[in-house]
Ligand binder design. Structure first.
Ligand code: NAD
Ligand code: DAU
Length: 351
């Protein structure tokens, strides 16, 4: 089996669902169920014996070694993290605890487990760390896209904590020979995306008649990748990635935030027109910019395409349409996540 951490979050749950839809290898899913973890994402696996869920933290130095000894996974895929840049600006400490200290403890637990395996199991074992393009910092309008050789220059507490975790993973390979792989991916979007992030937040606010908040001038650029394409890239890297290497993953879809939101509004205008006949664009509101806001990210995904034969299946246009339809068809999920703590976050960030 494989051990997935953070498998109740946005990308992790998509990964677990896709994995079990395509393969028969069981998944042990370790997730602390913070505000971002949601077992409802995995409700279709309720009676599936191939999915074992355990509530707990990657930094738990008693639980993790016990789980490793009991289930003897052949790989660990580490999605678990605090992931939202704005939250890292309000309160960086959780990011240091989970992304840096948590990853360190996880690496230590895995190193001890791996050292006790026989030679064949040791050489087959993989620790795959899921990271982000944000570790590379920001680009000017005409700069070339990030490659795996771009120096790290993280600008937010979130990206700094992810960079630190990437360095630890690298060091555990270099120093101890732990068989690690790292992926650095661009902005994901798709089903089960928690509505603190741009695309689901704007969709929910649009549908609820609320302002659609655009930071600053809305001309910041991100590269967007449909989450299922990220999941297929992770499967490719796990299967054939070269030990100790990093792989950039991206969709060749650079878009300014305002263009992304305009596209969302166009699709909503077509699929669920406003009662008053106006476009949802009427709800777009420019708000205070994010402190230290990175201007542009762009991913050069040549290496994973050339060496591992991976390519995204969705264009931005097909992926974003699927996403809007998913949110329209999954109103109970939306209603459940948009309650409780979530409202407090909106008040803190936007009021
Ligand atoms: P998310 O916030 O939706 O999910 C994170 C999950 O980790 C949650 O289920 C949460 O409960 C769990 N978690 C948090 N702390 C934990 C701990 N100490 N122990 C165990 N579980 C814990 O995040 P996401 O968007 O799904 O991102 C997953 C990973 O991918 C992160 O490492 C993130 O840095 C990386 N990433 C995200 C994106 C993106 O666009 N969302 C892009 C590139 C990389
Ligand atoms: O690049 C990969 C990263 O993408 C991941 O590592 C992070 O985990 C993930 O959260 C995401 O980070 P971003 O900061 O790019 O995503 P977010 O959805 O928060 O913001 C996308 C862009 O939209 C960014 O330029 C800020 C802007 N924005 C965001 C929100 C929430 C707005 O203009 N208004 C908003 O209300």
């Amino acid at each position: 089996m494989i051990l997935v951490t953070g498998g109740a979050g946005f990308i992790g749950s998509n990964f677990v669902l896709d994995w079990l839809a395509q393969l028969d290898e069981p998944v042990l899913n370790l997730d602390l169920l913070t505000y971002a973890g949601n077992l409802e994402n995995l409700s279709s696996l309720e009676h599936d014996l191939r999915h074992i869920f355990v509530k707990g933290g990657i930094g738990d130095t008693k639980l993790v070694p016990e789980l490793l000894q009991k289930h003897k996974p052949r790989a660990v895929i580490n999605f678990a993290a605090e992931s939202h840049v704005d939250r890292s600006i309000h309160g960086p400490e959780d990011f240091i605890q989970t992304n840096v200290v948590g990853t360190f403890h996880l690496l230590e637990s895995v190193r001890a487990y791996w050292a006790g395996l026989d030679e064949k199991a040791q050489s087959d074992f993989r620790f795959l760390h899921i990271s982000t393009d944000e570790v590379y910092g920001t680009l000017g309008a005409n700069d070339p896209a990030f490659t795996e050789a771009t120096p790290y220059a993280p600008n937010s507490p979130y990206s700094a904590s992810k960079a630190a975790s990437d360095h630890l993973v690298r060091a555990y390979h270099h120093t101890y020979g732990l068989p690690v792989l790292t992926t650095n991916c661009s902005n994901n979007y798709g089903p089960y995306h928690f509505p603190e992030k741009l695309i689901p937040l704007c969709l929910l606010n649009a549908m609820n008649g609320k302002p659609i908040p655009i930071y600053g001038d809305g001309q910041q650029i991100r590269d967007w990748l449909f989450v299922k394409d990220h999941c297929s890239a992770i499967r490719r890297v796990l299967a054939d990635g070269k030990l100790g290497e990093t792989y950039n993953v991206g969709g060749w879809n650079e878009k300014a935030n305002l263009d992304v939101v305009n596209t969302l509004c166009d699709i909503l205008d077509e699929l669920k027109p406003r009662a008053d006949g106006l476009s949802y664009k009427a709800q777009i509101t420019f708000v205070k910019d994010r402190p230290g806001h990175d201007r542009r990210y762009a991913i050069d995904a040549t290496k994973i395409e050339r060496e591992l034969g991976w390519k995204p299946q969705e264009t931005f246009e097909t992926g974003i349409r699927k996403t809007v339809i998913w949110y329209l068809e999954n109103q109970p999920w939306v209603a459940n996540v948009a309650s409780g703590d979530y409202r407090q976050w909106l008040n803190k960030q936007y009021v």
